[in-house]
Write a protein that binds this ligand. Structure first.
Ligand code: GDP
Ligand code: MG
Length: 797
């Protein structure tokens, strides 16, 4: 039977894993391998995807994908393996305690300064004084990487980009240790070449050759976390293992035999709690030591000649011998290269530059291994790694009987992902966030800011008047510069507050649940549940919505999501709706408001469905995702994120918005002879508006005044209303100029046409100038078509 047919609460053993390419490799990397035990926990409220327990953690995957996994149901009523292991662990721990007393005499103690095997073997090879010790910080998602990075570097951080992709590259000097640099690699589960994050990570390590790797591992979920560890060790770079979340392990009565683990892995293992800042100093001194003395991992050989007749072992070693010289020339660690070749990694294969003969030999060796091992190549390698991990964990980890955090998570999930409660809870939580952001804290913040800017503007205005400054300069300063700065700053409160809530959602573990709950809905649009939050934020403001899409795992998903965000009616459009309904359709405010929101969504859905079949063909990255335990977000992380986002927005958006404000100011105040205009009718802006106005005749509002308002709306949507009021004098003037059908069409046009300049600036930041331009063009075209249709339809009545 397939995994899809498993019943809730039932257990099974995986027989085989189907699918291909990225999806299959992703399955294997997450521990979905033949022989693994799975238990079905629940289905999402809409019936899809499913939540599984495997290797002691929660995983979610779609039913269509589950169909590709063959299982045999386990109908015995023995306890679950982790329960079983935990009770065994207790016993083993007691026995181990006895055993350890008599083995102590010959066990090496690698602690720093104890003269252990890991710390003075290469004293002679120390790097010269003054060499900058660069470290890569690598680990799974949710392992506490951000928390540790912040502990290591404090406030000395810079954010950049990895070349060619929109993956943040954060780096910084370790606190109080000069000549060091830690680079925070993205959260990954493997070094497969299927996601930007994984490619960036391995290219960084292979090409830039950091002096050391700090691998952070979630000790409460150690089996799956160690899978990445083994691939990192194959890269043959000095490495230390930071066992994080030890506070939770200890709190539940578990323990880890650190010395044994060090002996088995041949690298320093340091128990830490990043959140409580425990063990971090020790971690730093070990990391600096291995990097300084270039002590590469003592063990890289994870294959076992006794494992299933040693087929994988022989295959790996044979290939390693075959490609040794090529690997050396390409400067790729040979064991890593051999493993990746077996997994079918094209990038490594191409980099090695093998001859046809060699490729053929390798293929034969692999085929032989597949036959002997009875598994295909990728599964055989994954199985080899997990077998080693299993042995390692068996010998070194004493599992607690139950994890308080996990029990707590299960209880919380009964509501937050419960069948009938999940969606109401989600709506409630998002509603609360919006209410707080836009009505309570945000409004207060914004008022404060606006008050400040206004006061300052007033003062400067007075000063300029008293100094008799030239009226052009005066206007430039007040209406150009101050207004520009003001409109940039007006976004800040919203960005900061929204990201405050977003980081709470993300760090607490709820974000993954949101994706789990809403995935089925979004899949129809060619997206995954992970896009729902950026899209929803778009209803508040496109800028933070676009910024929030950064966390999406695939370029394709990110692009499609960003293209859809402007269709969500942002709060800056509300004044426009309010103004028109009171002028033209009094008494129908609510109806029109709801209608506009719905129209935006519907047009967005249609756009998504079309682009899914054209520009964004192909599959989204596989939706195989961990549901981490709920955890308390760390304050430092939250503050750090807010700071980064605010800085990012100011640095990227400032120039664009500022320049645009000055240009609009110039267009409003000068004519084409560059002399100051007396009436706005003669300004460049109104002349340009006059040129484009005929475009709007088919929509019923082809006057230069409306066109001017629309152009000024490009700066900020609210200004459509203020410009209209200035140009038409009052409501009556507008009512005379526009028929109700034209007013309706104009409303719809305002809903759908180009996003404001701040939003465009953030799109440019995420996707580049071409995409930003394409988006403006697309939105304007769509707006025109829909308005045209609306004008003619409303006109019929
Ligand atoms: P990342 O996804 O790897 O960057 O993980 P984060 O650093 O964002 O951490 C995920 C969650 O785990 C956050 O809520 C942290 O506060 C929490 N966390 C991190 N380290 C520890 C730790 O050592 N102990 C405990 N109890 N929680 C931690
Ligand atoms: Mg993080």
């Amino acid at each position: 039977m397939t995994l899809r047919e498993l019943q809730i609460g039932k257990r099974a053993i995986i027989e085989s894993v189907g699918g291909d390419g990225a999806l299959r490799q992703h399955f294997l990397d997450m521990g979905v391998i033949p022989g693994a035990e799975v238990k079905l926990i629940k289905f999402a409220p809409m019936g899809d995807p499913m939540e599984l327990r495997i290797h002691g953690y929660e995983l979610t995957l779609r039913l269509d994908d589950a169909e590709k996994i063959q299982i045999t149901e386990d109908t015995t009523d023995r306890p679950d393996t982790d329960v079983l292991l935990a009770s065994l662990g207790k016993k083993a721990a007691l026995e181990g305690a006895e055993a350890r007393t008599d083995t102590r005499s010959y066990r090496h103690h690698p602690g720093l300064g104890e003269g252990g095997i890991f710390h003075d073997k290469c004293k002679g090879k120390a790097l010269p004084e003054g060499t900058v010790l660069t470290f890569a910080l690598a680990g799974n998602q949710n392992s506490g990487k951000t928390t540790l990075f912040n502990q290591l570097t404090g406030s000395n951080q810079h954010v950049g980009n990895f070349p060619g992709v929109t993956v943040d590259r954060k780096s910084g000097e370790i606190r109080n240790i000069p000549n060091t640099e830690v680079v925070d690699l993205p959260g990954i589960y493997s070094l497969s070449p299927y996601t930007d994050e994984e490619i960036v990570s391995r290219q960084y390590i292979i090409d830039e050759k950091p002096k050391g790797i700090i691998n952070i591992v979630d000790a409460t979920n150690i089996e799956r976390n160690l899978y990445l560890t083994m691939q990192l060790m194959e890269l043959d770079i000095p490495m230390v293992l930071a066992l994080n979340m030890m506070d939770e392990v200890r709190g539940n009565g578990g323990s880890i035999r650190i010395n044994d683990m060090e002996a088995l892995l041949g690298i320093p293992v340091i128990p830490i709690s990043a959140a409580k800042n425990e063990g971090v100093d020790e971690l730093i001194s070990h990391a600096v030591h291995v990097a300084k003395y270039q002590e590469s991992p003592g063990k890289k050989d994870f294959c076992d000649e006794n494992d299933h007749g040693g087929a994988v072992h022989r295959c790996l070693h044979a290939i390693m011998h075959l490609i040794e010289d090529h690997a050396k020339r390409a400067e790729i660690p040979v064991r890593f290269a051999a493993n990746k070749i077996i997994e079918g990694d094209e990038r490594v294969m191409n980099a090695l530059n093998l001859s046809d003969n060699e490729k053929e030999m390798i293929e034969h060796i692999i085929l032989q291994m597949e036959e002997e091992r009875g598994l295909d190549r990728s599964a055989a390698i994954a199985d080899m790694r997990f077998s080693f991990i299993e042995k390692l964990v068996h010998e070194t980890v004493v599992k607690p009987r139950a994890s308080k955090e996990r029990e707590r998570s299960e209880k919380i999930d009964r509501i937050l992902t419960g069948r009938f409660t999940a969606i109401p809870a989600f709506i409630g939580i998002m509603g609360l966030i919006f209410w707080l952001t836009f009505n309570v804290i945000g409004a207060w913040f914004q008022e404060l800011l606006e008050g400040g800017i206004e006061a300052l503007t007033g003062k400067v205005d007075k000063a300029l008047t008293s100094m008799n400054v030239n009226s052009v300069v005066h206007s430039l300063i007040i209406n150009g510069i101050f207004k520009g700065v003001g409109s940039v700053l007006s976004f800040l409160p919203i960005i900061i507050i929204l990201f405050f809530f977003l980081s709470l959602l993300e760090d607490s573990g709820y974000m993954a649940r949101i994706a789990f709950v809403t995935d089925k809905m979004l899949r129809k649009l060619g997206l995954s549940g992970r896009s729902i939050v950026p899209l929803l934020i778009g209803f508040g403001c496109s800028v933070p919505g676009v910024m929030a899409s950064r966390t999406l795992p695939s370029e394709r998903d990110r692009k499609l999501t960003i293209m859809l965000i402007p269709f969500m009616s942002c709060t800056a459009k509300l004044p426009i709706y309010g103004f028109f309904t009171s002028a033209f359709f009094p008494g129908h405010g609510a109806l029109i408001m709801i209608g506009l929101y719905l129209l935006g969504i519907i047009v967005g859905i249609i756009a998504a469905l079309i682009s899914k079949r054209t520009v964004f063909k192909g599959e989204a990255v596989p939706f195989v995702m961990e549901l981490p335990n709920y955890r308390l977000p760390g304050l430092k992380n939250v503050v750090r994120l807010l700071w980064d986002k605010a800085k990012d927005f100011l640095m990227r958006a400032f120039t664009v918005i500022f320049v645009a404000t000055i240009i609009i100011w110039g267009l409003q105040n000068f004519d084409f002879n560059l002399s100051l205009v007396k009436s706005s009718e003669d300004s460049m802006l109104s002349i340009i508006a006059g040129f484009i106005a005929p475009l709007f005749i088919p929509l019923g509002f082809g006057s230069w005044k409306v066109a001017t308002a629309l152009i000024s709306g490009f700066m900020a949507k609210e200004s459509v209303v203020s410009t209209l009021t200035i140009l038409f004098g009052n409501d009556a003037g507008i009512r005379e100029a526009l028929s109700p059908a034209a007013a309706g069409a104009l409303l719809i046009f305002c809903l759908l046409y180009t996003p404001c300049v701040a939003a465009i600036a953030s799109v440019k930041r995420e996707l580049g100038g071409k995409w930003a331009a394409a988006m403006v063009l697309l939105q304007c075209t769509v707006a025109w078509i829909v308005s045209f249709a609306a004008y003619n339809i409303i006109g019929l009545f």
